[in-house]
Design a protein around this ligand. Structure first.
Ligand SMILES: Cc1cc2nc3c(=O)[nH]c(=O)nc-3n(C[C@H](O)[C@H](O)[C@H](O)COP(=O)(O)OP(=O)(O)OC[C@H]3O[C@@H](n4cnc5c(N)ncnc54)[C@H](O)[C@@H]3O)c2cc1C
Length: 306
């Protein structure tokens, strides 16, 4: 790493050091690129005790996954890992400038944005405390751990219908909590009856841990004991402020647009991970995106130098 007027100079700077960012760093280390990873230390799955469904690392604590990833970057001496939160990003001569909240400045010819997103949880007492533990959103991540248990699903309308079909292979005893008048279609409501699914429209008063499961108190006084709760926040807050500052195109929901090469609409700015899609948000997908973003950033640097 070369320092120039207190600006640290790299070939590639990666914003975010979780599964997408560290995968990009691994590829860039292996391609001999001077790379810095600047990470705020808040990976999305930090609330969960274990991460699942990741090849060779099933049932590993999220922090342990990242520890292994950082450890495996140690041999690559061109890669620096820095703790920090980037607040500003701009285009400059021959590359990009990043500045952290602490005032540190980084120049890089290419950028990889891997800043993820935040789950905007509803304001239901107890929800945040149980999030990632017995309140889960993704059966592919945590469904096996609660398989066959009776579960509640906090969802209405299309989201409830989607959960109904998806969960049917994991659970048969399912209670849907719509928190107000049901917007589930008549056809689906009939199917619920056929499947023996239950529906309760009363708003939720609060959730609390109950043994290994969850106790849900409804505003009408009903108390439900359940093995786990499925819940998906209605809103995901994509960490896209750096992409916005750089002028990258985004969807109305805030998802950063990327090409099949994981390049954004701003040449030289790549992006990967949850930030770049609204589909199946998983560690695998993020690691894959990071790998491709790293590969293509390297390819672009190589072609430019040729
Ligand atoms: C509760 C829960 C459990 C989950 N369990 C699983 C599971 O078991 N298996 C699975 O495959 N998936 C799981 N997921 C999904 C998985 O967590 C995400 O798909 C994955 O973490 C996305 O990786 P990422 O690198 O894109 O973003 P993140 O992991 O969210 O990492 C983004 C990083 O960027 C940093 N950052 C953000 N902004 C800045 C900035 N301006 N400057 C510097 N750093 C910044 C953050 O601090 C963070 O460290 C789970 C999700 C949740 C919510």
């Amino acid at each position: 790493m070369v320092s120039n007027n207190n600006i640290q100079v790299y070939e590639v700077a990666i914003a975010g050091g979780s599964s997408a960012g560290l995968s990009a760093a691994l590829t860039l280390g292996r391609t001999l690129r001077k790379t810095v990873v600047i990470d705020g230390g808040s990976p999305r799955n930090r609330f969960a005790a274990h991460a699942h469904n990741f090849f060779t690392r099933d049932n590993t604590p999220p922090s342990e996954l990242l520890r292994i990833a950082r450890e495996q970057l140690q041999p690559y001496e061109t890669v620096d890992l820095v703790e920090g939160y980037i607040t500003a990003a701009s285009k400059t001569d021959g590359g990009f400038l990043l500045e952290t909240r602490a005032g540190d400045k980084y120049f890089a010819k290419k950028i990889v944005l891997a800043t993820g997103l935040k789950d905007d949880l509803d304001d239901i007492p107890g929800l945040e405390e149980l999030w990632g533990n017995r309140v889960i959103h993704c059966p592919y991540c945590h469904g096996w751990e609660v398989r066959r248990l009776p579960v509640c699903v906090i969802a209405n309308g299309e989201a409830a219908e989607h959960y109904a079909v998806t969960l049917s292979n994991w659970h048969s005893d399912i209670t849907f909590l719509t928190q107000g008048e049901s917007r589930i279609s008549a056809e689906m409501t009939e199917k619920f009856v056929e499947k023996g699914y239950k529906l309760n429209t009363a708003p939720i008063k609060g959730l609390e841990k109950s043994g290994e499961g969850v106790r849900i108190t409804l505003q009408n006084g009903d108390v439900l004991e359940t093995g786990a709760v499925y819940y998906r926040p209605q809103k995901l807050l994509y960490h896209n402020s750096l992409a916005e500052q750089l002028g990258c195109e985004m969807s109305p929901e805030g998802v950063v647009t990327v090409s099949p090469m994981f390049e954004t609409t701003v040449p030289g700015v790549f992006a990967a991970g949850d930030l770049t899609h609204a589909g199946l948000h998983q560690l695998y997908m993020s690691a894959m995106g990071g790998h491709l973003a790293g590969t293509n950033a390297n390819r672009q640097l190589t072609q430019e130098a040729w």
